[in-house]
Design a protein around this ligand. Structure first.
Ligand code: DON
Length: 558
């Protein structure tokens, strides 16, 4: 069902054709606030909020609402996510607004293959509006309407489409069968023409919905007229979400996952994301080695990084689910446990994935998110990743409400007991239960040194997210790269199964690839992530906003 790894896995015996070298990230420097996100008009909204006296959370809420308009493939009010906040002089927190399984959802929802990823049943109860409202209520300075209205204006007056957005829209619209009629009506260009850079996109219904949210607050999304519209669409098309599911939805203010690495404090999101726990375990394993001395593109370094990923992703499958439903062991944060993993890692050979978790029975078998990073002039930092799951979610626009729905239910393990060497997981902790939140890989991270943020980062990319973030964090705090170089550098991904290491730098580092293959690694190449980040120089106070150019992106500063 998931097509995530449908992308060719090229045999390791062949010389790999290389994808182009990752483009150089673009940077802006400022001593004031900085906003970095994938969508240029949304970045400008964030900057305007900072200039108006808003803090990083005000800007983050405004950017998130703006991207629901200007970056429809992942920006959303119909999805969910995780917002890490480093407030001034207070502990880092995580506003968790992950979608929830509706009350009538069953563990075997996807098991017989009749419910697909674009089905109405694949939608979880949306969390974004409550999450943004909770973040704003806890930390915001400006009035709520001030941070929602810029998105209303973009939707009602329209905004200029750039080449990247035009390409994305043309792609999703080309396959008409995958979108509902409302989607085509609202996102299709008049006369069925293709979108082109410079066109204007106006989204009146979405503007109306956002205006209701601006005037009446988050409750208006979860009750009343807007809840009626979603329930009506669900009932008409066999979906599961009811008004009662919407009314019951709560966002959570949770303690983040924290680990330390070489004197830095690394904070990531807690379950239902696996991101914080997995980053912590991988860093704890890797701290047992002197990677810096070995060098960033040394074979041993990359072997160890791949093995740390492999062992940790196996534990992810074994243990992690929504912690409100399952007991997750403390081992992810336990250095003694990490040391044991490092002792099991063979220094000279890749360990086959089957041997890493032999007790998980393997069966025979048969994308989009977005991240933004913000710091304000006073040093409050926000790291936010949110998503509709696939690109444009389940491609259903709620008639009359104008927003796109997520298909996040596919992040639950689809078939109980069915774990495959291709990467499908069927282990217990992440099975569907009513009211449970599906496991996420979203990993918005904030790194502190002596209590002050030095790096704000994160990425889209499904299960690759955690490893993209690991690469960026290691590049900065282990290998002393500038944030621009850290974001540009080729990334690695191994997720236990399939037993293949993805590497973006096949063309740039042929010797390294040959040496890794000699150790028994299967290497493939694939573009990985979109890590819009901010680095803060603790000595000078200069903030560097770095826009990853693998997709699109803009960094703006005061
Ligand atoms: O929460 C998760 O881990 C996934 N729903 C994220 C999906 C994603 O990153 C797709 N895009 N690139």
């Amino acid at each position: 069902m998931r097509t995530f790894f449908a992308i060719a896995f090229i045999s390791c015996a062949l010389a790999l054709p290389s994808v182009a070298q990752p483009p150089k990230a673009e940077q802006v420097e400022s001593k004031g606030g900085v906003v970095v996100c994938v969508s240029p008009p949304a970045a400008e909204v964030g900057l305007a909020i900072l200039k108006k006296g808003g803090n990083a959370v005000d800007a983050a809420v405004a950017v998130a609402f703006a991207m629901a308009v200007t970056w429809p493939e992942a920006g959303n009010i119909g999805g969910g996510g995780f917002m890490m906040v480093a407030p001034l002089g207070k502990d880092v927190r995580c506003i968790e607004y992950r979608e929830t399984a509706p009350a009538s959802a069953k563990a075997d929802l996807f098991a017989d293959g009749t419910v697909g990823a674009l089905d109405h049943k694949a939608a979880g109860v949306p969390g974004t509006v409550r999450g943004l409202a909770l973040a704003h209520a806890k930390y915001g300075k400006l009035p709520w309407a001030d941070v929602v209205l810029p998105a209303v204006k973009l939707a009602e007056d329209g905004f200029v489409v750039n080449a990247v957005l035009a390409g994305g829209l043309n792609k999703v619209l080309a396959d008409a069968k995958t979108t509902n009629a409302e989607f085509r009506k609202l996102y299709g260009k008049a006369g069925n023409e293709e979108w082109a850079s410079g066109d204007k996109l106006v989204l009146k219904d979405l503007g109306k919905t956002l205006r209701i949210i601006a005037n009446k607050g988050a409750d208006a999304f979860y009750t009343g007229e807007l809840a009626e519209l979603l329930e009506k669409e669900m009932k008409a098309r066999g979906g599961l979400i009811t008004k009662a599911d919407l009314a019951a939805y709560k966002a959570n203010d949770r303690a983040p996952i924290r680990t330390t690495y070489r004197g830095f404090d690394v904070y990531g999101p807690p379950p239902p994301s696996s991101g914080g726990l997995c980053i912590a375990q991988m860093l704890n394993v890797l701290e047992n080695y002197d990677l810096k001395k070995l060098g960033r593109w040394n074979v041993e370094t990359n072997h160890l990084i791949i093995e740390a990923m492999k062992w940790t992703y196996a534990d992810r499958a074994r243990y992690i689910g929504d912690a409100d439903f399952v007991k997750i062991p403390d081992s992810f944060l336990d250095r003694a446990y990490a040391k044991k993993i490092s002792e099991k890692i063979d220094a000279k050979h890749a360990t086959p994935s089957e041997k890493v978790a032999p007790e998980i029975v393997l069966d025979k078998e048969s994308d989009s998110t977005t991240h933004f990073s913000i710091i304000d002039k006073d040093g409050m930092a926000v790291s936010n990743t949110y998503t509709l799951e696939n690109s444009y979610g389940n491609r259903v626009v709620v008639p009359g409400a104008g927003y796109i729905l997520n298909n996040e239910m596919t992040d639950f393990n689809p078939k109980p007991g069915f774990t495959t060497t291709k990467g499908q997981i069927g282990t217990k902790p992440n099975r569907i239960e009513p009211g449970k939140r599906m496991l996420s890989s979203m990993t918005p991270v904030i790194v502190l040194k002596d209590g002050k943020p030095v790096l704000v980062t994160g990425s889209p990319g499904g299960r690759t997210i955690i490893n993209t973030v690991l690469c960026i964090v290691l590049n900065v705090i282990e290998f002393d790269m500038s944030v621009q170089d850290a974001v540009t550098a080729p990334r690695t991904h191994h997720q236990w199964f399939p037993d293949v290491a993805m590497f973006e730098g096949v063309g740039q580092h042929p010797k390294l690839v040959a040496e890794l293959k000699q150790m028994g690694h299967t290497i493939s190449e694939r573009r990985q992530g979109d890590g819009h980040s901010v680095g803060i120089d603790a000595m000078t106070g200069v903030r560097t906003g770095v826009a990853d150019k693998r997709l699109d992106g803009k960094a703006v500063g005061e």
